[in-house]
Design a protein around this ligand. Structure first.
Ligand code: PGA
Length: 254
């Protein structure tokens, strides 16, 4: 079986400005043609979704970093409904990023609800999973990944993963300059895929599992080589078009 299409996603987090977004997007769009094998996604802060959408081209896709866990729009001050993200041009939305879980108190149940709402509104959720350093040291990595995955499986079922992406992001590797080794990433990815395969082998074989956590131009090629690694969710290095495109080129070269 040929490998799944690589996806390289830039999570800009709470960074950017009108001026810096423009030059970043121009650099990405200009380079996208050199990576025809790779699906490229950018996830700017919500307030920039519409202006960034207007700058996109070359097949580069748009995603949001978060969405409301509500089925319907209404009186939820400060929240953004998935229909609004669709209207802004989003195809994807990150769900359950570790910063949302740790800093904004998103429980497994909230993450599972957001995943369900995203799918119901025709957004492809990018479900982020990952263990902390303490959990890894306590050999709890698989238990944590299983718990985070099962919360979504219990609510949405395995068939939901026919239209979803998973991002394995060890919390200890996010923004720290410390990455999982190729073997550690592959091992976690294989565990996640295996858990899905126990329920549906076809869906498990087709779902893309991204690695995230200090992916840089100089380590991307090695990280992406794992048989169950289908690309990356990139934070810091997605803010410079040269670095981000070098990571896309690493996926293209696999
Ligand atoms: P990083 O962030 O690449 O800066 O480590 C990854 C992420 O949080 O998605």
């Amino acid at each position: 079986m040929s490998k799944r299409q690589y996806l390289v996603a830039g999570n800009w987090k709470m960074n950017g400005s009108t001026a810096s977004n423009r030059s970043l997007v121009e650099g990405i769009v200009a380079g996208a043609g050199d990576c025809p094998k790779v699906e490229i996604l950018v996830c700017p802060p919500s307030v920039y979704l519409c202006p960034v959408a207007a700058l996109l081209g070359g097949g580069v896709r748009l995603g949001a970093q978060n969405l409301a866990d509500q089925d319907k729009p209404g009186a939820y001050t400060g929240e953004i409904h998935g229909t609004m993200l669709r209207e802004a041009g989003c195809d994807y939305v990150l769900v359950g990023h570790s910063e949302r879980r740790a800093l904004y108190g998103e429980s497994d149940a909230v993450v599972a609800a957001k995943f369900g709402v995203a799918q119901a509104l025709d957004l492809v959720p990018v479900l982020c999973l990952g263990e902390t350093l303490a959990e890894r040291d306590a050999e709890q990595t698989e238990a944590v990944l299983a718990r985070q995955l099962d919360a979504v499986l219990d609510r949405s079922g395995v068939h939901a993963f026919a239209r979803a992406v998973i991002a394995y992001e060890p919390v200890w590797a996010i923004g720290t300059g410390r990455t999982a080794s190729t073997a550690q990433a592959q091992e976690a990815h294989a565990f996640i895929r295996g858990r899905l395969a126990a329920l549906d082998a076809t869906i498990a074989g087709s779902v893309r599992i991204l690695y995230g956590g200090s992916v840089k131009p100089d380590n991307a090629r090695e990280l992406f080589a794992g048989v169950d690694v289908d690309g990356g969710l990139i934070g810091g290095a997605s803010l410079k078009s040269q670095d981000f495109m070098a990571i896309c080129a690493a996926a293209q070269a696999q």
